[in-house]
Design a protein around this ligand. Structure first.
Ligand SMILES: Nc1ncnc2c1ncn2[C@@H]1O[C@H](COP(=O)(O)OP(=O)(O)OP(=O)(O)O)[C@@H](O)[C@H]1O
Length: 240
């Protein structure tokens, strides 16, 4: 285990209005992990992703990242600008400090990697939902993030597009051209997807971590029954 984790939460809590969305979370994440966040609606998955991204400061406790850390976030619905596909990807690179010429070149390479190079000059708004999510992935991937945060990235897609985006995520997480392994943290209600993509699973309930296990242990019914009854009830309910 590295001396310096990619990120670490110590006793972190988050209050949103009258609600404690996250309560006393302790978590250490190492480079290369593929962490799935699971739990019922309102259990705190999105809140945790927003805290990890630095979008919301914690109300109590602390959060530290390895510095410097390049990170990117993908949402359930892609937030694309009203311009061409290539422009959308290039703009992210330009904002990150690349020249416009270099950004346009790199954008095309990123679009090639997600199989959308031939649509580079189309308006992003004219693409299907699955294609738009692939553009958002290309935009994130092009930045070579060390940490990629994803909030239910395939939830709004049809089964075919779901499979395509999921396959790309698998490819991204094993991308040997990256200088170091990318770390993924993703929220998902799709337990099949969690099994296929995650190396580790955190089960949240009422803003608390009730289980934090390697993926194979999380899907071991006997182990959950003895030690994590809430997680077992959740998994059984979701797969029933
Ligand atoms: N802006 C807000 N103001 C007040 N409470 C909020 C706000 N956003 C979320 N909450 C509350 O915080 C808790 C955690 O919500 P969060 O969206 O993180 O859950 P989630 O697990 O991502 O849910 P879902 O699966 O529905 O996306 C819930 O009780 C929710 O109602």
């Amino acid at each position: 285990m590295n001396a310096v984790p990619l990120l670490q939460l110590r006793g972190l809590s988050l209050r949103l209005g009258p609600v404690w969305a996250l309560r006393d979370l302790n978590l250490r994440l190492e480079a290369g992990e593929r962490l799935a966040l699971v739990g019922a609606n309102g259990s705190g998955k999105t809140s945790l992703l927003r805290v990890l991204n630095g979008l919301r400061p914690p109300s109590a406790g602390s959060l530290s990242w390895r510095q410097p850390l390049r990170q990117a976030m993908l949402f359930q619905r892609p937030h694309l600008l009203r311009c061409s596909v290539r422009h959308n990807v290039a703009l992210g690179l330009w904002l990150a400090g690349q020249s416009w010429r270099q950004a346009r070149k790199r954008a095309l390479l990123a679009l090639e990697r997600v199989g959308l190079a031939e649509l580079a000059d189309r308006r992003a708004s004219a693409l299907s939902g699955g294609q738009q999510q692939r553009v958002a992935l290309a935009r994130a991937w092009a930045l070579e993030p060390q940490l990629l945060l994803l909030d239910e990235p395939t939830a709004s897609l049809d089964p075919h597009a779901k499979r395509e985006v999921e396959a790309l995520l698998g490819q991204i997480s094993r991308d040997a051209t990256q200088p170091e392994p990318m770390t993924l943290v993703f929220a998902s209600h799709n337990l099949g997807q969690v099994k296929r993509l995650a190396s580790r699973v955190i089960y949240l309930e009422g803003g608390r971590i009730l289980a934090d296990l390697p993926v194979n242990d999380f899907f071991n019914d006997a182990l959950l029954a003895g030690n994590y009854p809430e997680a077992q009830a959740f998994v059984r309910g979701e797969v029933a």
